[in-house]
Design a binder for this molecule. Structure first.
Ligand SMILES: Cc1cc2nc3c(=O)[nH]c(=O)nc-3n(C[C@H](O)[C@H](O)[C@H](O)COP(=O)(O)OP(=O)(O)OC[C@H]3O[C@@H](n4cnc5c(N)ncnc54)[C@H](O)[C@@H]3O)c2cc1C
Length: 384
């Protein structure tokens, strides 16, 4: 792309103002680079504002994924302090209601004693002390992990862009769809062009606008998740840490190596096959307004419809009511989100043209991993 005198010039153009784009913008700006961010909507309304707000290192397998999550966690703590964002270092408890769930958690704790996980088993009474929302009926115990954080993703995504502007002079072009990216610059659908040394494409679940063939060939899959939220719980009542249960042990790879995992998986297949039709596992987080965010289901690619299903909602609520007790179960919001996920990698990172980077597809862990991944990317791209 040729530069003309009226075109603005930046070191970096980022496409997409979701968490992945904001993370790459922040990590570039803290290295002293001049950054512009393009977002097609008047404000970011993709997966990054539709999640639980869980920073969830415990779900990441030991080794590099978990270390990236911990690095991200450190950035979240730094950001919350610097930008005055609400962040609750609430930790998490996986509740055990069946012998095989207790066994998996026990095995995970034993193995992880040698690693970096900060976990320990809790008795039933200890769980109930820490987690007022844990359902005491049928509860056997649980696993406490101290690394999980809670943020209000709707606030964070809106305020992070303001903070990046104020602190680092990052420029935001909302309502600007980028339609063309070439080495040296980007162009929007309105014909606006900027010149830049590097472009980072963080376009989330839009696999069709920029470099569609690269994205199609990468193996990325799209996944749709249904979610719900209660109103604020009465009397400022808090649920305690993030809560998950046996179903979640099947979902995250961290637990896959535990010897009792196969038996647990098989029990759910036999006892509750209806959940696997919709990839349901259930979790709960509570934001700074006291609202409890509940989910979720997983429907991939061809299974996805634009419509939300009341059957999925009923199944999720059935499982949640077994796991937790809330003071007020009234659902005040329902929505779904779609993310892209790479089948093997933490994120798809590609450089289809010199200085043009793609960072797409952290799946269900974008809030957990993005800062650490973006920091690692910039270290590599700049040869630090
Ligand atoms: C329901 C749900 C619950 C989740 N829960 C959690 C959780 O608790 N913890 C966790 O770690 N992760 C969670 N995730 C995953 C996490 O939310 C995602 O991994 C993450 O938000 C992806 O961020 P992103 O920036 O890639 O995508 P998005 O947030 O979708 O942002 C992409 C942005 O790019 C813009 N864009 C696309 N193309 C263009 C273009 N050509 N020009 C300009 N702009 C463009 C879009 O408008 C969009 O705003 C959840 C996801 C969902 C859907």
């Amino acid at each position: 792309m040729s530069s003309s005198t009226h075109e603005e010039s930046f070191d970096v153009a980022v496409v997409g103002a979701g968490i992945v784009g904001l993370a790459h913008a922040w990590m570039a700006a803290r290295r002293g680079l001049r950054v512009v961010v393009f977002e097609r909507s008047p404000r970011a309304i993709g997966a990054s504002i539709r999640n639980f707000g869980m920073i969830w290192p415990i779900g990441q397998p030991a080794g590099e994924p978990f270390l990236v999550a911990l690095r991200s966690r450190a950035f979240w703590l730094e950001l919350a302090e610097a930008a005055g964002l609400w962040l609750n270092p609430c930790g998490s408890i996986h509740l055990a209601r069946h012998a095989d769930e207790l066994a998996v958690l026990d095995e995970f704790c034993s193995v992880s004693a040698a690693g970096d996980y900060s976990v320990r088993m809790l008795t039933r009474d200890e769980v109930l002390q820490r987690a007022p929302a844990a359902n005491p009926d049928g509860l056997l115990g649980g696993m406490w992990s101290e690394t999980e954080l809670c943020v209000n993703s709707r606030d964070v995504i809106a305020r992070l862009s303001c903070w990046l502007s104020e602190m680092f002079g990052v420029e935001f072009r909302f309502g600007s769809l980028v339609t063309s990216v070439e080495p040296g610059g980007v162009t929007t659908s309105a014909g606006q062009s900027v010149v830049c040394e590097r472009t980072v494409i963080c376009s989330g679940s839009d696999l069709q606008t920029l470099f569609p063939s690269v994205l199609a060939e990468s193996g990325l899959k799209l996944c749709k998740l249904q979610m719900m939220k209660t109103g604020p719980q009465p009397d400022d009542w808090r649920i305690g840490p993030h809560l998950a249960g046996g179903l979640t042990l099947r979902h995250y790879l961290a637990f896959a190596g535990c010897p009792s995992h196969a038996a647990l998986r098989q029990r759910f297949v036999v006892e509750k096959p209806e959940l696997d039709r919709f990839g349901i596992h259930v979790m709960a987080s509570q934001n700074n307004s006291g609202e409890v965010i509940l989910g979720d289901s997983h429907e991939y690619d061809d299974e996805m419809t634009p419509f939300d299903s009341s059957e999925i909602e009923s199944l999720m609520l059935r499982e949640l009511r077994e796991l937790i007790v809330l003071r007020d179960w009234q659902i005040v919001e329902r929505w779904h989100g779609v993310y892209a996920k790479h089948p093997e990698r933490l994120i798809l990172e590609a450089e289809p043209q010199p200085g043009v980077h793609i960072a797409v597809g952290p799946g269900g862990a974008g809030m957990t991993l993005s800062f650490g991944l973006a920091d690692r990317h910039w270290t590599r791209w700049l040869g630090e």
